[in-house]
Design a protein around this ligand. Structure first.
Ligand code: SF4
Length: 368
């Protein structure tokens, strides 16, 4: 008798899990074996041998077909600071990517994942941009950063929230959309889309697609300057997809999805911290379709590898003051909590150091 569609699991995501699924089917294994495997990897298993729910002969067959593990990342180096851990992973192809785990006092953790090895968008304030693009990460490489044993076998389990704010422009990599589906699918990542944040410097066509396909995911658009000419110097992509085009997409999105959306503002001493900048930024928000659904997230710049050497970090009190003045202008704003200044937790730095290509100048903020 055919199974009712209600009892069918959704198809596995493209990538290595699809291959494992097909292999198990080819062997005639019952479909729950695949789910046992996925559950074990979610709980921190790294190799087929550790998936004790599977019969020994099946584990053997999987090892002989795929090797000991399907997880495509090996740890190359780790830097640990108060509440934060930064890991440099090496992929099977030898690419190096960084992942940052932040542990919150409330007992849960959040992981910031990379989506590309390097980045081709050359933002002038960013360590990763200075490296150039090596390649897009695969779905497996993105998801493996979330479920890696390093954190998924901790008492609290795998991270409860994920930020696509690491190395690379997330929306420049089409695999990110599939990774979002995997991470939010009940049978795979099981994460609430509301606990996932995707950050972009404004790749408008891909942003529009994302708002259609994953409307509940939290979005952060990097603004960094309300003035087009200056923004183009900071974010060259402004010349192809102006801020206004991206904001128009977000206007439609917040009306439909009724989700709060974030505008990131990287505060750089003497560059974008003037009264004119503040007022123009506030005006930009007031002009939105639903201004109350836009929230400005102010980030303190820190000198980074490869960034414009003339850029300086503002005093911490200036960042607080900028936020307070936005409040006085009626704008929802907070200062982004930045863990890890003690370990250079900005994405791109550990890799840059490992390559020895760029000279260290000090700790950096998150480039997005
Ligand atoms: S800020 Fe983001 S988009 Fe810009 S160069 Fe850095 S990684 Fe790429």
């Amino acid at each position: 008798m055919p199974h009712s569609p209600r009892h069918e699991h959704p198809p596995p995501p493209p990538g290595i899990l699809a291959e494992v699924h097909a292999f198990l089917r080819g062997l005639g294994a019952p479909s729950y074996r695949y789910q046992q495997l996925v559950t074990a990897f979610q709980r921190g298993a790294q190799s087929f041998d550790e998936v004790r729910d599977l019969p020994g002969d099946l584990r053997q067959l999987l090892v002989s077909r795929f090797g000991l593990t399907v997880l495509p990342l090996e740890i190359e180096s780790v830097r640990t600071g108060a509440q934060v851990e930064k890991v440099l992973f090496r992929t099977r192809s030898g690419a190096r990517v960084e992942t940052v785990l932040s542990r919150y006092r409330a007992g849960w953790s959040s992981v910031c994942v990379s989506t590309q090895a390097g980045c081709g968008l050359a933002c002038s304030f960013c360590a990763t941009g200075a490296l150039g693009l090596e390649r897009n990460l695969s779905v497996d490489e993105i998801c493996a950063q979330v479920v890696h044993r390093r954190w998924s076998s901790e008492p609290g389990g795998a991270p409860k929230s994920v930020a696509f704010m690491g190395m690379g422009e997330a929306l420049a990599n089409p695999n990110v959309l599939t990774a979002l589906s995997v991470l939010t699918a009940k049978d795979h990542g099981g994460l609430s889309p509301r606990r996932i944040t995707v950050s972009t410097v404004g790749l408008a066509p891909a942003l529009a697609t994302l708002t259609e396909t994953h409307p509940q995911v939290t979005l952060t658009l990097s603004v960094h300057s309300p003035f087009p000419e200056q923004r183009a110097q900071l974010i060259p992509l402004e010349r192809r997809f102006p801020l206004e085009e991206n904001l128009a997409i977000l206007d439609r999105h917040v009306r439909r999805a009724r989700r709060k959306t974030y505008l990131a503002y990287l505060l750089i001493e003497g560059v974008n911290d003037s009264e004119d900048h503040l007022e123009a930024l506030a005006k930009l928000v007031h002009q939105r379709s639903r201004p109350e659904l836009f929230h400005v997230s102010v980030i303190r710049y820190n000198a980074a590898f490869g960034a414009d050497p003339s850029f300086r970090a503002p005093a911490s009190s200036k960042v607080d003051d900028f936020v307070a003045r936005l409040h006085r202008l009626g704008i929802g704003a907070t200062r982004r909590q930045q863990f890890g200044a003690d370990i250079d937790a900005a994405c791109g730095q550990l890799r840059a150091e490992s390559m020895g290509r760029l000279r260290q100048r000090g700790p950096s903020g998150d480039p997005h």
